[in-house]
Structures are given as C-alpha cells and as structure tokens.
Design a protein around this ligand. Structure first.
Ligand code: F6P
Length: 487
C-alpha cells in the first residue's frame, strides 16, 4: 500500500539528485484582497486537489499562473512563495500574464478550443489563430520560468494538463537531458475528433518531446497513439505503448488519478467534523430528510442541467418524497468570461427557480444552489452527510468528486450515482450507473439509491472505500515516477 512515507522513501532513493518541478496553469493557493487584508484560498480544481498533497510530501517547486489579485504582493523578488501558508512544505513560483494573454491562452485556446474538443459534450471548439499565438507565448513563459528553477542541475519536470502542451518542447530544445513528462487530466479525443484541430501537428510534436505521457485511461492512450500514427506518421509500438518521433521515444501510459484517502478519512472522522456534520443544515436552506448532493465547477461537461431535470422527474414520479428530499448543488463559478459558461450558469439558475416554484410548499422546496466557497472541513462534512451523491458528467477524464465522496463516507450510509462517461466509473463498479441523457432512468436511479437497504449501501461503500484506500494519490504518483525512473 502506497503511503506518504513510502512515496517519500521512493523519491529519496530514486530522485534525490534531481530538482523536482511541476507546472500547471492553476495554482494551488491563491492570494486575494479582502477589504484591507490579504487572505489566501485553496483553488477549486481536480488537478490542484490531487497534486497539492503530493507536493507537500515531495517538496520541490510548483510553477503556476498567479491568478489572485494579491498574488504579486506576497511573493519574493523571484516570484516565489512557500506554501501551504499554514505549513510551508514546497515552493510556489508564479508566472504573470496580462489580460490579453489570459484571454488568448486560457479562455481562448485552452478552454474554447482544446477543452470542448477533448470532451464529447456537443460544444463546438473555436480555433482562433490569435488565441493560438498567445497559447504559444504563454507556454514559452512557463518554459522560461521552469528553466530558471532548474538552476543548471539535473531536473525532473512534470507538466500538468492541456494548457502546457508545448512547454516540454521549449525545455528540451535547451536542455535535452532534462527528464520531462506530462499528465493529461482530461480525455484525449478519438482520431475523428482530433483531426479537426488546425494545430494538431504542433500539439503532438510538443507532447512527443516529453519522455513520458500519462492519461487516465488506456482508451485515451490508444486514442493518442492513433493520432501520433495518423497525423505525424510517427513509429508507434503498440505492445510497448510508445511513440518514436524524430529519434526520440515517448512512453504512453495510463495512470488513473486519485485522492488522498487517508487525510480525507481522518479529517472527516474527527470530533470537530462530527460537530460540523451535526450543524450542517444550511442556514437559509429548506427542511429535508434526504440529502442529495452535487459538487461541480459550473461546466457544460458536468451534466448539471441533466441532473436537475432528473430530480424534477423523480419528484414527479414519486410524490411521496416531496417535502422530504433536498438536492443541494454546490457549484463553483468557472471560466465565466466564456459565453457558454455564463449562459449555462443562467440556465441552471432559471431551471432551479422554475422547479422550486413548481413544488414549493410551506417551508420546503427541492433544490438549493450555492456558489459560496466552503471551508474544507464543511465541504467534507457535506460529503459525509449526503445520502446520495449525484455525479452525472456528460464526459469526464476521471472525476475526483466521486472519489472524495467515497473517502469521506465514514458512516457508510451514502450512495454514489455515477455517470458511465467518467473515468471513475471504470473503477467504482458498486456505484449506481446512470446515463445522464436518459432522464427517466436517472430519475429511477435516484429512487433506487434512496431505497437500497442499509446493508446493501454499506457493502457497496466498503468495497469502493477499500479500492480508493489502496489506489490513492500516492500510488498514482509512485506509479508515474516508477515508470519514469525505468527510463
Ligand atoms: O483536473 C481536472 C480539471 O478539469 C483540469 O483539467 C482543469 O484545469 C481543472 O480541473 C479546473 O479548471 P480550471 O483550472 O480552468 O479552473
């Protein structure tokens, strides 16, 4: 079983002489002005939730975009700050972008082109040439910042996600001996979809500068291998799962990402957590006996509208649950400068309003939405208190909310309803699987989840908890690094 300690041992043994540098667009800790004070918050993103505990164990440097309005005021002259603020364990090095760069690279190429292209959520990608120019420029900034941190020493560089596809190439051009890897946190599309991308060759070439490329699923690895074969006529070794291009070999591997089971489990089992769970009912919330929970960034890939429609249908078909059932949607606002995200947020609000009006009776209504930032313990307490967790992504690389929920279910009473279109569904077989596009069966699954016997709920939850306990975030990191050191 991989633990913090065994990961630390492994790194000491294998990577002691290396600078350990990771890079992602999103930073783990954000500093913001709150009145006259500067406060920090944890970023809301699957990537940072997964990587922060790893970095706390490993140490090293995390290079990321400084997105907070107070970020500049707290770093040193090299743009560095030690984090976590409450217990400094590693260095966060911030990269600065101006508004045009952020628009072109982040809102534009990363999230209006690559994100919709990678997810089958029927949102048309927009490939704008000026966004691409900013994307290249910002990838270069990241590469420069990483190279500064290498300090001319042997370095192990671990890039994260679709924002940084070109970064590895820029580094390898200057430091061919650096070990460069990238983990792709979202799905990799099939060849028919990928071939619409006008910059596909540059993206593949950028990625193939890396020594190791990780995806959540074998299926995504295969899609990538096809793309390399078809678009670059690169030499693909299907048995070894590798691509050789211009004399350089890249290993392609599946590593299903996970969460820090032990820490979540411990935090949520403490006496203070017991109290938080007891005091949970939201101050402005309605009366309820059964709590169903949704926790997402407001994103069209998450199937939030489909979920709300299923809740409506469930209440229509099962009036005995009216007055007792509450669906709480914790929704972090995300990428709001992109029209489709803004529209989605408005659509969610108006649909909730409509459904609440339809059923409202006395002090009860069925859906509560909050975009309030909750502290971590309260967040975990909701997972623990929930009777049902609704994860209905239309397409999702993994979905760590599902795994966090299971890690927090210390009372073994909750049920996970999970879309088969998430990476997590490949592992979490004891969840109730439901196609989010099929409102009728989704509604029935909510009823089934509520009415499962306590014994059945317990057995399913125990089995999923055992799995996540073993396949935790330290194993994910350990497996990735073990593969790399074989090189
Ligand atoms: O980890 C999954 C993920 O979807 C990342 O790919 C993405 O960067 C992140 O969560 C959240 O998005 P953002 O950083 O744009 O807020």
């Amino acid at each position: 079983m991989w633990t913090k300690e065994s990961l630390q041992e492994k790194l000491k043994e294998k990577l002691a002489d290396y600078q350990f540098i990771i890079a992602s667009n999103r930073e783990p800790y954000v500093h913001e002005h709150k009145g006259k004070k500067i406060k920090w918050v944890k970023a809301i993103s699957g990537l940072t939730i997964a990587m922060d505990p790893v970095m706390q164990v490993v140490g090293g440097t995390w290079v990321a975009y400084g997105s907070g309005d107070a970020d500049k005021g707290v770093v040193d002259e090299n743009n560095r700050i030690k984090v976590p603020p409450y217990n400094p364990a590693y260095t966060l090095k911030r990269v600065w972008l101006n508004k045009e760069e952020e628009n072109g690279y982040y809102y534009g190429y990363s999230n209006s082109a690559l994100w919709p292209m990678a997810h089958i959520a029927y949102q048309k990608p927009v490939f704008n040439i000026s966004d691409w120019e900013y994307y290249k420029k910002v990838n270069n900034y990241f590469a420069q910042s990483i190279m500064e941190e290498m300090k001319g020493e042997k370095s192990f560089i671990w890039l994260q996600d679709y924002h940084l596809t070109l970064c590895g190439k820029y580094i390898k051009e200057k430091f061919p001996e650096a070990i460069v890897s990238l983990f792709w946190h979202i799905p990799w599309p099939n060849p028919e979809v990928f071939r619409i991308c006008p910059q596909r060759k540059e993206i593949l070439e950028g990625l193939l500068s890396c020594d190791l490329l990780g995806f959540h699923l074998r299926y995504h690895c295969h899609n990538f291998l096809y793309a390399a074969e078809q678009e670059l006529e690169a030499k693909v070794n299907w048995e070894e799962m590798s691509v050789t291009y211009q004399g350089h070999k890249t290993l392609i591997r599946a590593f299903p990402i996970s969460v820090d089971f032990e820490t979540i489990n411990q935090k949520v089992s403490s006496p203070i957590a017991d109290k938080t769970v007891e005091e949970l009912p939201l101050q402005r919330g309605p009366y309820y006996e059964i709590l169903a929970l949704g926790v997402d960034r407001i994103d069209y890939t998450k199937g939030i509208i489909e979920r709300i429609k299923a809740v409506d249908r469930f209440l229509e078909k099962n009036p005995q649950y009216q007055g007792k059932f509450l669906y709480l949607q914790i929704g972090a606002l995300s990428r709001m400068h992109i029209k489709s995200y803004k529209r989605l947020f408005e659509d969610i609000q108006s649909l909730i309003e409509e459904i609440n009006w339809k059923y409202r009776s006395g002090n009860w209504y069925p859906i509560l939405f909050t975009s309030e930032r909750l502290d971590y313990l309260t967040h975990l307490a909701y997972y623990r208190a929930a009777d049902l967790m609704l994860v209905s992504s239309l397409h999702d690389g993994m979905n760590l909310v599902a795994k966090e929920f299971i890690s927090a279910q210390v009372d073994l009473k909750g049920v996970l309803i999970l879309s088969p279109f998430t990476g997590a569904a490949r592992e979490l077989k004891e969840a109730i699987s439901v196609n989010p596009y099929d409102t009728e069966t989704f509604a029935d699954a909510i009823k089934e989840g509520i009415e499962l016997s306590s014994e059945d709920k317990k057995t399913r939850m125990l089995s999923m908890r055992d799995l996540i306990k073993e396949n935790n975030i330290y194993k994910w990191t350990g497996d990735f690094i073990s593969e790399l050191v074989k090189l």
